[in-house]
Design a binder for this molecule. Structure first.
Ligand SMILES: Cc1cc2nc3c(=O)[nH]c(=O)nc-3n(C[C@H](O)[C@H](O)[C@H](O)COP(=O)(O)OP(=O)(O)OC[C@H]3O[C@@H](n4cnc5c(N)ncnc54)[C@H](O)[C@@H]3O)c2cc1C
Length: 338
């Protein structure tokens, strides 16, 4: 077993890589082990990630973050963590797929989720061209007034349909042959809003010149759409959290406190694997909080935080200036203008 790491980061998506950047800059030994199947790699262009006026490609964003982490000394390895164990005395031992044992004081879990995708041909390519989308919060803006179908069933899919209704009135809910599982009241709501529902199995999807031309149903009926949204849900990659006994919700998403620590001491989580909104900015924010909390935990271990003194929060508030009167603020504004 190699020397003990300050932190093992499992997963190298936006969450894991943000944690690596922070920890490397805190001068902590951090290793990211990543299977390289980030959801971010599927993003053709993200237009809602702040700071990129013309959008950013998912692979490009990951590449930039990897370079930034390595530049400050974080280590990144491609591989898979197969098991994780908490030691009684403190710290964790992880075992990689290759059988290597890794010891770490702390662990940040940033393993994300897997999209349950519809079984359609050339899926990755179709997602890259915006023919199939999975995240209305991310990109419903791009389908304003387009002809859209949502693939899914049950109340979750209905929630997505109603969300997209704010962008287009031309909406169909397709269940691909699965029963709709909606109440009469839900169905009335959909029909009131002019949303069509189709429970028949889809036989084939045809495409021409970069557009889905037709969705052909088993009966032979042909439907045309500009974009299909998949609302089939996600599967949390939470096996390691189960192994160390962290609390999770009924969907396998890890529950964390305000410092992104799970119910297991020294075991933190960030990103889609955490209960909450699946977004790059959320993954980055939670990872920043988790990495800072890890650093403070280790500073306390190193005696750099007084044992009985007030514990500095992982995410300290900026100190309020002593003089917050309107006059002082006006003076500051004048200085900025000058
Ligand atoms: C098509 C699409 C479009 C999207 N568009 C946007 C958008 O425009 N804006 C936005 O904010 N969000 C968007 N998202 C969501 C965004 O991609 C996710 O919220 C984000 O990637 C979550 O980051 P994460 O680090 O939590 O997980 P991920 O990015 O999924 O990374 C998790 C990593 O952990 C690895 N891993 C899992 N288990 C292990 C293990 N045991 N050992 C080692 N590695 C492991 C995985 O292989 C993966 O590389 C989109 C998602 C998709 C699919």
């Amino acid at each position: 077993m190699a020397g003990k790491l300050d932190c093992l980061i499992v997963g190298g998506g936006p969450g894991g890589l943000t944690a690596a950047i922070y920890l490397a800059r805190f001068r902590r030994s951090a290793l990211v082990v990543d299977e390289a199947k980030s959801r971010c790699a599927w993003i053709p262009t993200s237009h809602n990630h702040a700071g990129f006026m013309n959008g950013i490609n998912g692979l490009d964003l990951l590449d930039r973050m990897r370079c930034q982490a390595v530049q400050y000394g974080a280590r990144l390895e491609t591989g898979s963590i197969k098991s994780l164990r908490r030691l009684d005395e403190a710290g964790f031992v992880a075992v990689t797929e290759a059988g290597e044992e890794l010891a770490a004081e702390t662990v940040i879990l940033a393993t994300g989720v897997i999209d349950d995708q519809p079984r359609l041909p050339d899926l990755f390519d179709a997602v890259q061209r915006g023919l199939i989308r999975v995240c209305p919060i991310c990109d419903a803006y791009e389908v304003i007034d387009k002809k859209v179908a949502v693939i899914g069933h049950g109340r979750d899919a209905m929630g997505e349909v109603l969300f997209i209704r704010g962008y287009t009135a031309d909406l169909t809910m397709l269940t691909l042959g699965t029963p709709m599982n909606l109440t009469a009241e839900d169905r009335n709501k959909l029909s009131e809003l002019g949303i069509r529902t189709v429970e028949e199995q889809v036989e084939r999807v045809t495409e021409e010149d970069g557009r889905i031309t037709k969705v052909i149903l088993k009966s032979g009926e042909e439907l045309e759409f500009d974009t299909l949204y998949s609302a089939l849900g996600t599967l949390a990659r939470s096996t390691l959290a189960v192994q160390v006994g962290a609390d999770m919700n009924d969907q396998g998403r890890v529950i964390v406190d305000s410092h992104c620590q799970t119910s297991v001491s020294g075991f933190y989580a960030a990103g889609d694997i955490v209960e909450g909104l699946n977004q790059i900015s959320v993954a980055m924010g939670q990872a920043a909080v988790a990495a800072t909390a890890v650093h403070n935990l280790l500073r306390r271990r190193d005696g750099m935080i007084p044992p009985n003194g007030a514990i500095p929060p992982a995410d300290p508030e900026p100190k309020q200036s002593a003089d917050t009167t309107l006059g002082a603020r006006d003076e500051l504004a004048d200085q900025v203008r000058r």
